[in-house]
Design a protein around this ligand. Structure first.
Ligand code: CUV
Ligand code: SF4
Length: 648
């Protein structure tokens, strides 16, 4: 169990965060770090996963003098069951997001989508073809209707494994079949986990963990996959865009509106409405110079990728954004929205509006979002935000100066295009670079920020260490925002930090060494990127053969638990910056961190030190390179690697 250290002054490597936390303390407005402190010491039983309250004979906990709960469940059963419930919750969250988008696509196909339309017909047809939906001679809307039906059918039970699994490499599909790990509907898998973990059902920790992995496959390869594909169809497939990131993007003169949460549906309309001439004129009437729409967390990533709109911050900056005193309105929907926001809001003029039927906050305004009226609702919200501008107390505005350039929007389609150059779309140059060792491998850094860790610090140090050793880094979610704030997502600056051969490749193609691939649901893009590399040839048959590794150094969400599991179920090596709540069971811990490699080909590792995490990921990557035989011809280079390590 790691010690929870309480950072007081330097809670983050980001100066904007430190500055705002100090201001909050001076003004007596509590933030996550203060509450973190008042939670110390955090419950040891919770930390190690051995507290059970699955039935009302309990709550029970495993202690040196009580090795079983009242029903006889031991530490293995209890930690495994608790873990499964986290996976189920994370999967449920992602899948609701995917389903909401598929429903919107269905409405659009019926002509009931209001201002929503098929923004990327080419992507629609490409997706339809993958799923053997007829496209020739058919209207976009007819195709969209079939695609939406197919996607909506992925959630409920079907007799067949989920259709979207076929996006995975053939060999991996075979592994899932052999392990009986093919999901048959996302809802079904979530329900089954809840059933299995109900008092008195599944008690074998191995059997439980494998079920958890099956559900996680329904997460990664189904729910978020649907979310990403439909977002691309409805809102456009991301292309590289330049923008800015950090609290400094807030404007002292403009009406600041923040979107925060996850579903991109309403934020798309807000992005459109924020350009409306009439509304901009209205903002001027109220004394502002314009409208500044920016984002927090994953909604931010969505509007950044597709509209180049700025990002105000990642997860732990949500309270701090309001604390700048410059935010007229924060519009939230679902997931990662802290319940503390109304309390911070009340200290300022900021209006908080919740927009999801399933996410209310006490005494907070809400609207009932309606796809059909989406654009009108967006206009109304912006108007209300403008009306709030005169209430801003200019003397209490303190916007940190920090803001950084960022290039984002690296969808697979874009990477194909950039790598292939003018003549054809292909991943070949990337594979060649990996095979000849100029790029050692590919690493994904994903996930949240967490007050247990100096905010952003592990993300940034891990990324720097990896690119220094010629590993191409792919990022999503708050990890991408963290590295963006540190300047790693601008080609120029970051290339200085990259190893010489990675730099050479990136310069030739014109990409940064750290690629922003989107929001958390876009971790599906990471799975597809890995699959594309594999399909390009020369690097094995299965995802577990790839010189690749994943990490979530500062994660906090149950969604991250599900994500970690689907990476492992896909055969990948995943390093978490702090362990899952399983350390109370030696067996479960061993299964996840050691034995799993012999089952799915992937496994977990817990490693709080980012440089050490990088070293372990590199070691894994070199191990895979050795197994592929691509290190043989390069004895000299391999020797250099070893030599370098010895020197360190
Ligand atoms: Ni969905 S899940 S804190 S916003 S990455 Fe950010 Fe990303 Fe974690 Fe949440
Ligand atoms: Fe205790 Fe067993 Fe009930 Fe859990 S399920 S609370 S261990 S009696």
């Amino acid at each position: 169990m790691p010690e929870s250290k309480v950072p007081l002054k330097e809670v983050s490597r980001d100066g904007a965060i430190n500055q705002m936390v100090q201001i909050a303390r001076l003004e007596g407005i509590p933030t996550a770090w203060d509450r973190f402190q008042s939670q110390q010491p955090q419950c040891k039983f919770g930390w190690t996963g051995v507290c059970c309250r699955l039935c009302h004979m309990g709550p029970c906990r495993i202690t040196p003098r009580a090795s079983q709960g009242i029903c006889g469940a031991n530490a293995d059963t209890i930690t495994a069951r608790n873990l499964l419930r986290e996976i189920a919750a994370g999967t449920a969250a992602h899948s609701d997001h995917g389903r909401a988008l598929a429903k919107t696509l269905k409405l659009v196909s019926r002509g009931q989508g209001g201002r929503y339309q098929i923004a990327d017909p080419e992507r629609l047809r490409e997706v339809a073809r993958v799923f053997e939906i007829k496209t020739d001679g058919r209207e976009d809307l007819a195709i969209a209707s079939d695609v939406a039906d197919l996607f909506l059918a992925q959630f409920s039970w079907s007799e067949e494994p989920n259709s979207t699994l076929k996006l995975a490499p053939k060999k991996r599909q075979g592994v899932w079949k052999r392990l009986e790990m093919e999901p048959e509907g996302v809802d079904r898998e979530v329900v089954e986990l809840l059933h299995r973990t109900n008092m008195g059902v599944d008690h074998d920790y191995r059997h439980l963990i494998l079920a958890g992995l099956k559900c996680s496959v329904a997460d990664g390869w189904v729910g978020p996959m649907v979310a990403t594909l439909v977002s691309d169809i409805l809102f456009g497939t991301p292309k590289p865009v330049r923008s800015r990131v950090n609290l400094g993007v807030l404007s002292a003169e403009k009406v600041n509106i923040l979107v925060h949460g996850h579903e991109p549906t309403l934020s798309e309309m807000l992005a459109m409405a924020s350009q409306d001439e009439e509304l901009i004129a209205y903002a001027r009437e109220k004394g502002a110079t314009g409208i500044n729409l920016a984002g927090i967390c994953c909604t931010a990533n969505e509007i950044l990728m597709r509209h180049g709109l700025p990002i105000a911050g990642n997860f732990l900056q949500q309270e701090l954004a309001i604390l700048t005193g410059a935010v007229e309105m924060m519009i939230v929907d679902v997931q990662c929205v802290m319940p503390s926001l109304p309390q911070v809001m009340r200290c300022f003029h900021t209006k908080l509006v919740s927009t999801s039927d399933i996410a209310h906050m006490h005494e907070v305004d809400r609207i009932k979002f309606d796809v059909h009226k989406g654009y009108q609702q967006a206009c109304d919200l912006i108007r209300a935000a403008i009306d709030n501008f005169p209430n801003r107390d200019k003397d209490r505005v303190r916007i940190p100066k920090e803001s950084m350039d960022i290039v984002a929007g690296f969808s697979n389609e874009t990477i194909f295009h950039m790598l292939g150059g003018r003549f054809r779309s292909t991943f070949r140059p990337l594979n060649d670079a990996i095979i000849d060792g100029r790029i050692r491998g590919v690493a994904a850094i994903v996930g949240c920020t967490n007050p247990k860790i100096k905010v952003d610090d592990s993300h940034v140090r891990l990324a720097i260490e990896l690119i220094k050793h010629n590993v191409l880094v792919l990022e999503t979610g708050c990890a991408a925002i963290a590295c963006a704030k540190a300047g790693l997502l601008v080609p120029e600056a970051a290339l200085e930090l990259a190893g010489p051969t990675l730099r050479e490749v990136c310069e030739a193609v014109g990409i940064p060494p750290v690629l922003h691939m989107g929001s958390c649901v876009d971790n599906s893009r990471l799975l597809l990127a890995a699959t594309n590399i594999l399909n390009e040839g020369g690097l094995g048959q299965d995802l577990s053969d790839l010189p690749a590794a994943g990490a979530a150094p500062e994660w906090m969400s149950e969604k991250a638990v599900a994500i970690g599991h689907y990476f492992v179920a896909s055969g990948l090596y995943v390093v978490l910056g702090h362990p899952l709540y399983v350390e109370g069971s030696e067996n479960v811990n061993q299964l996840l961190t050691k034995e799993m490699e012999g089952i799915t080909g992937g496994r977990f590792e817990w490693e709080p030190d980012p440089e050490e995490a990088a070293r372990k990921m590199l070691e894994h990557i070199e191990k895979k390179r050795d197994a592929l035989g691509i290190n043989k011809k390069r004895e000299r280079k391999l020797y250099d690697m070893k030599e370098r390590r010895e020197l360190e």
